[in-house]
Ligand binder design. Structure first.
Ligand code: KG4
Ligand code: ZN
Length: 339
């Protein structure tokens, strides 16, 4: 089966074409991304109207490019999919409407896919088989712990009560005067710092349950900045690397501790990490050490599948299509779509 998927939930316009058969590794024939990061950088975050206008500009040429890279014609595509939520309403509408139009014109099925399911399944694209596991999705918009019995069988164990982990990276980076998106910048700067230099809080780590909170940590960084530099409240250059390393360590320690606790609670011997923050090498290394100690296997997505992309949406759609699912052409988008 050949599937073409569109992803436009936030600031990346993405198109992918996947070929797959049930139980076999999916083959990514094309995975194109038109990033808007540079455009939004000047505003320090994503501006919804700018995002949707750029999706609309980029989508058609990106579809042509994907077909060309995959070496297939649009007439060969068996089903069309798009992210239907969660995300920015005006951005979601562009991708979903385009995918529906292509499906209607070709007389082929349309599949509306949850962006979070795309992230969740991304570590399994290469094997094609989704094993039972404990999933941690850590992205700019979400921090979620889920028990996964199999495709479509998800139960939420916990999530963030305020900021997502990636959002905390982005907001703290902004406070420190680092550019957007903050995650990679903090990781890079932290490499030369001492992670024990500042004792930032590990919120909710000792409490029962599997929820997270990162807003207290953000505030702690803010207080530290004004203590260290009362005149301006901005980071002193000599503190920057230590601040980044200490902040990053606080986020990682909470994520690792709670995820391992959740895996034990759910009786799972496999943990899968997905989402943009799972690109962080220090985070991956901390999970590897902790999982090895507990005899738990670890699955991560390849780097290209961690941040927003359409291949993960196509893979989620493939699994649904194998089961004969299709969405109606009047299916709505939902900015707050839960998993
Ligand atoms: O999954 P993603 O591309 O988009 C959402 O669905 O939100 O994740 C983007 C987030 C941003 O907050 C970005 O700062 C963070 O992932 N991120 C990182 C790293 N690379 C991206 N956070 C920490 N370390 C990184 N290396
Ligand atoms: Zn995402």
């Amino acid at each position: 089966m050949l599937l073409l998927a569109l992803e436009s939930s936030c600031d990346e316009t993405a198109v992918a074409i996947l070929s797959g058969e049930p139980g076999k590794p999916a083959e990514i024939l094309a995975s194109e991304i038109a990033s808007q990061i540079e455009l939004h950088r000047q505003y320090g975050g994503v501006v919804p109207e700018v995002a949707s206008r750029n999706h609309s500009l980029h989508l058609r040429p990106l579809v042509e490019q994907a077909l060309q890279h995959a070496g297939v014609s649009i007439r060969d595509i068996d089903a069309f999919a798009a992210t239907s939520g969660p995300g920015l309403a005006s951005s979601l509408l562009i991708g979903a409407t385009a995918a529906k139009a292509m499906a209607a014109a070709a007389g082929k099925p349309f599949l509306a896919i949850n962006h979070l399911e795309g992230h969740l399944l991304s570590p399994f694209v290469e094997t094609g088989i989704v094993l039972p596991h404990l999933a941690l999705i850590v992205s700019g918009g979400h921090t979620l712990l889920l028990d996964v019995a199999g495709p479509g069988r998800y139960s939420k164990l916990g999530g963030t009560r305020d900021d997502a982990a990636g959002e905390a990276f982005d907001k703290v980076a902004k406070m420190l005067g680092l550019p957007y998106p903050g995650g990679p910048e903090i990781e890079r700067t932290a490499a030369g710092g001492n992670k024990q230099a500042f004792a930032f809080p590990r919120s909710m780590m000792k409490e029962p349950g599997f929820d997270f909170s990162f807003s207290g940590l953000k505030t702690a960084v803010l207080y530290t900045l004004s203590e260290r530099n009362p005149d301006t409240g901005s980071a002193r250059p000599e503190d920057l690397a230590d601040l980044c390393a200490s902040f990053q360590e606080a986020v990682i320690e909470v994520l690792v501790t709670k995820t391992l606790r959740a895996a034990k609670h759910a009786g799972r011997d496999l943990i899968a990490l997905s989402g943009g923050v799972s690109l962080n090498k220090t985070l991956r290394a901390a999970f590897e050490v902790a999982c090895r100690k507990e005899g738990i296997a670890l699955a991560t997505a390849t780097p290209g599948l961690c941040t927003d992309n359409a291949a993960m949406i196509a893979f989620a759609a493939l699994l649904r299509a194998f089961e004969g699912h299709a969405s109606p052409l009047d299916a709505d988008i939902d900015p707050n779509l839960p998993l």
